[in-house]
Design a protein around this ligand. Structure first.
Ligand SMILES: *[C@@H]1O[C@H](CO)[C@@H](O)[C@H](O)[C@H]1NC(C)=O
Ligand SMILES: *[C@@H]1O[C@H](CO)[C@@H](O)[C@H](O)[C@H]1NC(C)=O
Ligand SMILES: *[C@@H]1O[C@H](CO)[C@@H](O)[C@H](O)[C@H]1NC(C)=O
Length: 426
């Protein structure tokens, strides 16, 4: 009797495993290296041998499409790359955004839905396509899935975000090794599908307010507000969480400076800002949409927020969870722990953010030998796997560095729509 039981249980476990494999085996995606913007090919290898693809192709056009010449760039034997990862010599760089979504493209209409860059990855088995995907922007993913998302609460969605979102500049600057966390501007982040921005603010008197990385000032903040504004006008149903999370300069960021800053934020972005609704879970996406307010502005200074009772658009501090992890195992363990143990959130702000970055080791900081691009590259591949296979359904905001190096945007769309998304990119 007990033996029969055992057999049944084992066969069920096997069934569940194969089922999970079937849905993911041979799935592919493209990323862009944080280090030098070369295209990276990724495919899922955690499945039985007989289900694995026998060829992976990088092409300019969709291999599943009707074109006669798909412009193949690279053919890969997956057996040669057991990790399911290959960094190519094909440079992505910082190309024009497709579909009329380039920042400076004011002539063309911005077409809703995902749009592909001319880079496709496909997996094959006996010359049959298993999966095929392009590298794409997702400028309207919430609107694209309106019916599936309308009755959801924003804090129950997985929202892709960036850490230190304003810490980007052009390529090849001296600072980039140590200070920058991103390599795409705010507009480009939003057009790709990022929906959470983490800002740190510095104040420099007559020169105004800047985006800072700790004490380093990176760039003026008001032009970034214009990028957000332009995006919200172009894509009015995308909900964005803007988190003013630190005020690192001057070290005494006085009430008067806060007042000045809040006034500027209100002037530039107030028309889009959703008002705080007391209590958790009161606002569904359809309610935000009906009010035509799609920007949630969180302000990480409880006293300031409380003193400004008439500024009803200022949300209470959003909780960020930091790992202070120096290895990938530590980071993963930490994220699991936060998800399991994080307890109640303050009623006034139901959102919470996992900051999925490694911290440089103190010795490297001391000698100036750390490199944020390198750390991001190491972390990004793991983040993709962790959130796709394990944490995604249990998380709210995930903020990463050099986000084109991971697949978190697509994972979020897929999880939020439970795989039933309205617009797929194929
Ligand atoms: C791969 O092709 C073989 C032979 O045509 C077939 O038996 C097998 O089921 C295929 N595997 C997948 C994952 O499609
Ligand atoms: C929504 O709000 C924006 C910003 O104030 C405004 O420009 C736009 O016309 C509004 N849209 C509708 C449909 O009311
Ligand atoms: C809130 O009150 C302050 C001080 O009285 C004022 O400067 C500000 O304009 C008010 N804001 C709103 C949204 O009414």
């Amino acid at each position: 009797m007990s033996r029969a039981c055992c057999v049944i249980i084992i066969s069920q476990i096997i069934f569940v495993c194969v089922d999970a494999y079937n849905s993911k085996c041979g799935k592919v995606h493209l990323t862009v290296s944080a280090r030098d913007t070369y295209i990276e090919m990724n495919w899922i290898t955690e499945c039985p041998k007989y289900l694995q693809p026998d060829e992976i192709i990088l092409s300019r056009k969709n291999m599943a499409g009707r074109d006669e010449d798909q412009d193949i760039l690279l053919r890969v034997q997956p057996l040669d790359y057991p990790d399911g990862y290959l960094k190519t010599k094909v440079k992505f760089g910082h190309p024009f955004l497709p579909g009329g979504w380039d920042y400076n493209d004011d002539v063309g209409t911005k077409a809703p839905g995902p749009h592909c860059f001319p880079y496709w990855i496909s997996s094959f088995n006996n010359s049959h396509i298993i999966d095929s995907r392009c590298l794409a922007i997702q400028p309207t993913w919430m609107a694209d899935n309106k019916d599936l998302l309308a009755d959801r609460y924003l804090d129950t969605l997985l929202l892709p975000g960036t850490h230190n979102s304003g810490a980007f500049l052009g390529e090849g600057t001296f600072q980039e090794q140590f200070i920058l966390n991103q390599d795409r501007d705010i507009w480009t982040q939003l057009v790709f599908g990022i929906r959470y921005l983490d800002f740190r603010i510095g104040y420099y008197g007559a020169q105004g307010f800047f985006l800072n990385h700790d004490k380093f000032r990176i760039q003026e903040v008001r032009p970034l507000f214009q990028q957000i504004k332009k995006f919200l006008l172009a894509s009015p149903n995308e909900m964005i969480v803007l988190d003013f999370h630190r005020f690192p300069y001057p070290s005494k960021f006085s009430e008067e400076i806060h007042n000045r800053f809040i006034k500027i934020v209100n002037e530039d972005l107030g028309e889009f800002a959703a008002t705080v609704l007391s209590g958790m879970r009161t606002t569904k996406l359809r309610e935000f949409w009906a009010l035509n307010k799609s920007l949630i502005i969180c302000y990480n200074n409880q006293a300031v927020v409380e003193s400004k009772k008439n500024e009803t658009w200022l949300w209470h501090p959003l909780r960020q969870y930091w790992g202070d992890a120096r290895s990938l195992q530590d980071l993963k363990r930490h994220i699991r722990k936060v998800i399991d143990e994080r307890g109640d959130l303050p009623k006034a702000n139901p959102f919470w953010a996992l900051m999925a970055e490694l911290t440089p080791r103190p010795i490297d900081v001391f000698f100036g030998t750390y490199n944020l691009r390198k750390l991001a590259q190491e972390t990004n591949r793991e983040i993709t796997k962790w959130f796709r296979d394990e944490f995604g359904k249990e998380s709210n905001i995930v903020a990463t560095d050099y986000f084109v190096g991971n697949d978190i945007i697509d994972i979020a769309i897929d999880i939020n729509t439970r795989g039933n998304r309205n617009k797929t990119i194929s």
